[in-house]
Design a protein around this ligand. Structure first.
Ligand SMILES: NC(=O)C1=CN([C@@H]2O[C@H](COP(=O)(O)OP(=O)(O)OC[C@H]3O[C@@H](n4cnc5c(N)ncnc54)[C@H](OP(=O)(O)O)[C@@H]3O)[C@@H](O)[C@H]2O)C=CC1
Ligand SMILES: O=C(O)C1=NCCCC1
Length: 344
């Protein structure tokens, strides 16, 4: 199995979303996951590709497969859900992927959020290698507000420090609104996601200034210098750094997962998935808001548009999604052929 895929800027082709999910399902099963885990990861990965979230779509498949081959992650893990307290659910992902752990705990989490108004899900012993928005958006589609954080692997220098410690540590948020898809944002707390640095390196592009440092800690715009011994910076200086620290605390310390600097995959060549933790908070706004929350969030959007805002977070994804569902998902031909090989 080659880790050199996909080739960016190669010819593209179209594939139906359902066909892509089925293809990815076969790829995962062929490479050691259970059919249940494969179904969740395939849908997640195809959704990212469908929405144009390329740094966490098909681009990630070689990393998933080399990780499975290395024995670093258990592709057949069965998550263990514990009902801890009225608003608190805990899942041990069993050294498996985080998304099946979330799926296993979801019914209990939603029922607690609906009865208590708020519920918290702590996932530990888990691997998250994907975009975070697919974890929160479905809650908002059923009228709930959701916030999630996950920590990754050490590659970000805390503001004011000399060496990397934090992960790229994304934060995702989703809220329903009356006249449109949920409001969703999902952002790395690093100046750029690690996946985008890899993509820039493959394309031979430079990074914008202020995103990374080389192995000597000197500012660089060379993505290879960042990947080969260098590191990333937090977005927004001390502010992004504080948020990244918060993600470490919530996603790892509070869940019982590893901090980004605590796991060591050196003895598993090919391992790419951070072995960390994830936190979700789900709120039922009907319990807290005096007026309809969805109407209030719609009003906020109206006012943002009134002051000239043209793009909400999530707008680009939804435009790409609509196009993909109409014409098919645009994928690199070489990457698609490789997936077909891996599926057989
Ligand atoms: N699993 C893991 O450990 C990690 C995963 N990641 C994932 O990497 C992905 C990319 O992260 P990142 O590079 O920070 O994301 P981006 O900087 O591309 O986007 C961040 C958010 O801002 C929105 N946005 C971007 N540009 C604009 C604009 N001009 N106006 C309004 N909104 C805008 C995006 O919406 P839209 O999507 O519509 O463009 C998105 O919600 C995320 O999905 C994240 O979860 C990152 C780090 C670690
Ligand atoms: O893009 C990133 O940054 C990451 N994505 C998946 C997990 C590792 C970090």
């Amino acid at each position: 199995m080659s880790a050199q895929s996909p080739i960016v800027d190669s010819p593209h082709t179209l594939i139906g979303f359902t066909e892509l999910v089925a293809l990815l399902h076969r790829v995962f099963v062929q490479h050691g996951t259970s059919p249940e885990v494969a179904a969740i990861l395939a849908h997640n990965c195809a959704s990212a590709e469908r929405d144009g979230a390329h740094s966490h779509g098909i681009f990630r498949i070689p990393g998933y497969l080399s990780t499975l081959a290395s024995g670093w992650v258990d592709g057949k893990a069965i998550p263990v859900v514990t009902d801890v307290a009225s608003g608190f659910v805990r899942v041990d992902a069993g050294n498996g992927f985080a998304q099946p752990a979330l799926a296993a705990a979801r019914p209990l989490l939603v029922s607690k959020a609906r009865s208590a108004g708020i519920a918290l899900l702590a996932i530990h012993n888990s691997h998250h290698f994907a975009a975070l928005w697919p974890d929160v958006e479905p809650f908002a589609e059923e009228g709930l507000v959701a916030l999630s954080v996950v920590n990754s692997m050490t590659c970000v220098v805390p503001h004011g420090a000399d060496r990397p410690l934090f992960g790229t540590n994304p934060i995702a948020f989703a809220a329903p609104r009356a006249d449109g898809p949920p409001i969703v944002f999902d952002l790395a707390t690093s100046a750029i996601a690690h996946g985008d640095v890899q993509i820039a390196a493959r394309k031979g592009e430079r990074l914008p200034p202020g995103m990374g440092v080389d192995s000597l800690g000197q500012p660089t715009t060379d993505p290879k210098a960042v990947l080969e011994g260098g590191a990333l910076l937090p977005f927004g200086g001390h502010k992004g750094s504080a948020l990244s620290m918060m993600v470490e605390l919530l996603a790892a310390a509070l869940t019982g997962g590893h901090f980004s600097f605590e796991f060591n995959w050196a003895e598993h060549p090919g391992a790419r998935t951070p072995w960390t933790g994830q936190l979700l908070i789900v709120i039922d706004p009907s319990k807290t808001a005096g007026q309809s929350f969805a109407e209030r969030s719609q009003e906020l959007v109206r006012q943002m548009h009134a002051v000239g805002l043209r793009r909400l977070p999530g707008d680009r994804r939804h435009r790409t999604r609509a196009k993909s569902l109409g014409q098919g998902v645009e994928v690199e031909l070489q990457a698609l052929n490789q997936l077909r090989d891996w599926a057989n």
